[in-house]
Design a binder for this molecule. Sequence first.
Ligand code: PLP
Length: 206
Amino acid sequence: MIDNVTVVAVTKMQRCAAIQQVYAAGYRDFGENYLSEALPKINTLKDLDCTWHYIGNIQSNKCKNLAQYFDVVQTVSSVKILQELNKWNQFFNKSQQILIQIKLLPDANKGGCSCDESIALLEMMSSLPYLRLRGFMTILPLGISEEQQYQAFLKLKNFLDECNQNYHLDMCTLSMGMSDDYQQAIKAGSNMIRLGRAIFGEHREN
Ligand SMILES: *Cc1c(COP(=O)(O)O)cnc(C)c1O
């Protein structure tokens, strides 16, 4: 694909054998949505040299496991979760990469905060030494036109640039684009796409 775009292979509902296959094909970033499903797979595959991204909903009682098992948490949208993740990363003496999930359109998927709401999280990062803010993640709603997808993605790209300037940050990751909208996302400046069906096909276990 395009050189400077990281592809996260979304491995929810995929067995370890399927993950090992795409690893052999060169994928090194894997995304999981459900802790109960992810932890046994991460344990089984612990010898693979890869990066695990958490891309599911977060409740505070999951933060201990998220800190312990994942390299990147992409779906943070509250101050409370940031504080919990910082606490558990300190406990494990780790440093975790964080993306803030932004909800760009009102009918978008449940998760995420607005651009305005994210400012409180940005301002907090300097007091959370065990977390490293890398950028933003978003999921667009289904059923909008390609032009609407492009405009929404572009809004987040511009917001990231503004935040870096206004708050003296060095965020560099825009995780936007899935199997159905990654082309518009890349056109708008995405450098991380999360692909499930485009890699594994429609087939999912369970
Ligand atoms: C399932 C999922 C994906 C991958 O979706 P596809 O449409 O299969 O590419 C990407 N991101 C998140 C957050 C997901 O839950």
